[in-house]
Ligand binder design. Structure first.
Ligand SMILES: Nc1ncnc2c1ncn2[C@@H]1O[C@H](COP(=O)(O)OP(=O)(O)OP(=O)(O)O)[C@@H](O)[C@H]1O
Length: 343
């Protein structure tokens, strides 16, 4: 049931946070700049990047926790404004956080949390109806036996069960979009795959549009249909999973893949690889004072004058991928990847 039209989009979005220093001065952290992202029904989009690259900020912009400094968020193709009813928006778009323990109020049983979520979004009804809807939510996330889970406090559940409860609560409002920010990173390794498989089931059976935020490109490869790569607040590359993973079109994606421990990927390596040693050679910039133009240029083995001056426009490719890189604007695609057809 994948759809052709995006449900939720970030269009050339930027976000600056003012920060004050101890001498009374203030400056801006330019956490996100020129970020583009589109989420489609029945499709999981992974947003991959290093720690501090702006992934959470972009998710929070999509969840309307912060207003963007520039660009716009669109729901069903329409720009979100101050007049957009927040209740309706959050019935469509739900966010699942990294830490399920922090997300759940330790004083309440699962029953109370699910009932509140159902009632807040107009899905109340009689006591028996609410109970039935709550049990149904728990079954949908494979929390069994649901009757016992309803009576449990968060501390009586395992980490994986807590994250399933957080997902069940998000599903209570019948959202069309789920924004999942590192949903498995705080879980025991043994249950991570189960939670990823649950997300895949929600996509396949309920047609949810999903954003999966991760710093682990191997899990993005496992779960996502589409992959976006973020570097220092800029979305530098995106496209169908195999396009990005197997034929990366931005030098940063190459770096990320080359540093990934995934043994299944078929990346070239060896003495001719321009990225040999780059991972050790540089670090992402300070976002209070980022480099101009493409923020990756100080680490990029292909950097030219243009890269230092201006963020490049998007180049799209025949395989559905796109990248913001001057190499493609200057006819130097071949230096990055021999066999990419530019459309
Ligand atoms: N409210 C805020 N005020 C000031 N700076 C902020 C704020 N929120 C985020 N930042 C800064 O924005 C940048 C991006 O942070 P963000 O949390 O979005 O990155 P991330 O990719 O999600 O990182 P991680 O994987 O570590 O969570 C960081 O430099 C961070 O310090």
């Amino acid at each position: 049931m994948p759809g052709d039209q995006p449900v939720l989009e970030a269009v050339d979005v930027g976000k600056e946070f003012p920060v004050h220093d101890r001498f009374g001065g203030s400056r801006a952290v330019r956490a996100v700049e020129h970020a583009n992202l589109a989420l489609y029904p029945g499709r999981i989009t992974a947003l991959v990047g290093e720690s501090g690259s702006g992934k959470t900020t972009l998710a929070r912009l999509l969840a309307l926790f912060h207003p963007p400094t520039s660009g716009e968020i669109r729901l069903d193709g329409l720009p979100v404004t101050a007049a957009t009813p927040r209740g309706e928006y959050h019935s469509a778009v739900q966010l699942v956080f990294q830490d399920p323990f922090a997300a759940l109020n330790s004083l309440h049983r699962a029953r109370y949390m699910l009932r509140r979520a159902l009632q807040l979004h107009g899905r109340g009804g009689s006591r028996a109806e609410v109970e039935r809807a709550s049990l149904d939510l728990l079954r949908r996330v494979n929390l069994t036996p649901p009757e016992r889970i309803l009576d449990s406090f968060p501390h009586q559940l395992s980490g994986g069960q807590r994250q399933r409860l957080v997902i069940a609560r998000a599903l209570a409002v019948q959202p069309r979009v789920l924004l999942a920010d590192e949903p498995i990173s705080m879980l025991d390794v043994s249950i991570r795959l189960d939670v990823l498989n649950l997300l895949a089931t929600l996509r396949d059976e309920q047609g949810l549009a999903m954003l999966y935020i991760t710093h682990d490109i191997a899990s993005a490869r496992y779960l996502a249909d589409t992959v976006h790569v973020m570097y220092a607040g800029q979305t530098v590359e995106g496209g169908p999973r195999d396009s990005v993973i197997l034929q990366p079109k931005h030098p940063y994606t190459r770096l990320l893949l080359d540093s990934s421990p995934d043994p299944a990927r078929s990346m070239a390596d060896g003495a001719d690889d321009p990225f040999a040693g780059v991972a050790e050679a540089g670090e992402p910039p300070n976002l209070a004072d980022p480099p101009p133009g493409c923020r990756f240029h100080p680490r990029c083995p292909f950097a030219m004058d243009e890269c230092r001056r201006e963020f490049p426009a998007r180049t799209t490719f025949a395989d559905g991928g796109w990248a913001h890189c001057w190499l493609h604007r200057k006819g130097r695609t071949g230096e990055l990847l021999a066999d990419v057809a530019v459309s």
